[in-house]
Write a protein that binds this ligand. Structure first.
Ligand code: ZN
Length: 387
């Protein structure tokens, strides 16, 4: 056994993750993360293509010319750290404390990204010249904030080049509380609603001359939050409706507001559509006799991946290295998997425990990072046995 296996803090995946954390890659600023990865993959024999759009750096990298294509889909950007003073150690200066690697992006997803790169490197060392499997990396530079230019641009490039993906592993932090408890095989959909309830502005001392849209809509809004939108199923949790922003009033203490703006977000499975949600909300508001303007927008459509050989291999390998049977889930937020799934024969998402993703003091257990390298490497070993 090599020394890096004995000391996870010296493992090449830990070292690469630390180098990447040092790049404060908050989109659209890449801060060197993409260039570091491009250079590294190029050195290992990858054909590297820059897919840069409007100042956002994205990368497509491919190794090999024969056989099915297995793609690791990653993103090199991170969310902002918030006030750096709230962190125990500076967010962009990686630090290891008590077996954990701290830094913005450690879990989401510079740790898992590094695990994928190192797993592929270790896998390639073992291969003979003619390898019956191609390996690709989609490295998005703009996943976290707005998805303006990222994975979708790389996919457009691949379509143009007639490249089709056979297997895809998205390295988002899918585990919930312990390494290997969850593999994602799809994602819920997300609908955003923008509702303006219309009343009549007036003096708070003369409510009979005004119409308060806040008071008028209380019951209807409450019924929307309490509604069972769908029951969920084996793979999809029940839908959840959350009011996310409210605004009303002029700022004066004695003025009844004329308008009440309410934003909401609904996470849902395939049993609900944008049209159904829109109609149901209108029915409730109309039933309460409210005047309103409503716009519902689908942010992400729900999807479930085709479950075949990759899911099966992933399941077996994860349970081998985590000593538990992973649950196949579609819970949590959205990810770029929703863009890739329609273009990939099979897709799964598996990464580290994500409970500190986007939080102050984001961190991962470095032993888990090393286990993740082994998981990704073994998945490649199994795929090549089949190829
Ligand atoms: Zn992420």
């Amino acid at each position: 056994m090599s020394s890096e296996n004995n000391d996870p803090s010296k493992h090449p995946a830990t070292l690469l993750a630390k180098d990447l954390i040092r790049c404060a890659s908050i989109a659209p600023n890449d801060a060197g993360a993409q260039l570091l990865l491009r250079k590294r993959l190029e050195t290992k024999g990858f054909d590297v293509t820059a897919v840069d759009v409007d100042g956002v750096l994205n990368t497509w990298a491919c190794y090999g010319t024969e056989g099915p294509l297995m793609v690791f889909a990653v993103h090199a950007d991170v969310v902002p750290s918030g006030d750096a003073n709230d962190w125990t150690s500076p967010p962009f200066e990686p630090e290891i404390r008590e077996g954990k690697l701290f830094g913005r992006g450690a879990a989401d997803m510079k740790g898992p990204l590094s695990a994928a790169v190192i797993a592929v490197e270790q896998f390639l060392i073992k291969q003979k010249k003619a390898m019956p499997l191609r390996i690709g990396f989609i490295i998005a530079g703009d996943e976290e904030p707005v998805n303006n230019h990222g994975t979708q641009d790389v996919l457009d490039y691949l379509k143009k080049e007639d490249v089709t993906i056979d297997y895809c592993m998205v390295t988002e932090p899918t585990s919930l509380s312990t390494f290997g408890d969850i593999i994602k095989v799809g994602r819920r959909g997300s609908i955003n609603g923008f509702l303006t309830l219309l009343g009549k502005q007036g003096h708070s001392a003369y409510p009979e001359l005004a119409m308060n849209p806040v008071h008028q809509s209380f019951k209807a809004l409450q019924s929307l939050t309490e509604r069972v939108w769908d029951q969920g199923d084996e793979h999809f949790p029940a839908a959840g409706f959350q009011i996310t922003n409210v605004a009303a009033g002029t700022g004066a203490a004695n003025v009844i507001p004329g308008k009440f703006n309410v934003q909401f977000n609904l996470r849902h499975g395939p049993g609900l559509s944008l049209e159904m949600v829109d109609a149901s909300i209108r029915q409730t508001l109309d039933g309460a006799g409210l005047r309103y303007e409503l716009k519902c927008v689908s942010d992400a459509k729900p999807f479930k991946t085709k479950q075949g050989i990759l899911t099966q291999i992933c399941r077996e390998v994860v349970s081998e290295f985590s000593s538990q049977e992973p649950h196949l889930s579609t819970g949590g937020g959205t990810s770029d998997a929703r863009f890739i799934a329609p273009h990939s024969r099979e897709l799964v998402e598996f990464g580290l425990v994500g409970d500190t993703s986007h939080h102050v003091d984001e961190h991962i257990i470095i032993y888990d990072l090393v286990r993740l390298v082994r998981v990704y490497e073994k998945i490649l070993d199994q795929l090549i046995d089949l190829a």
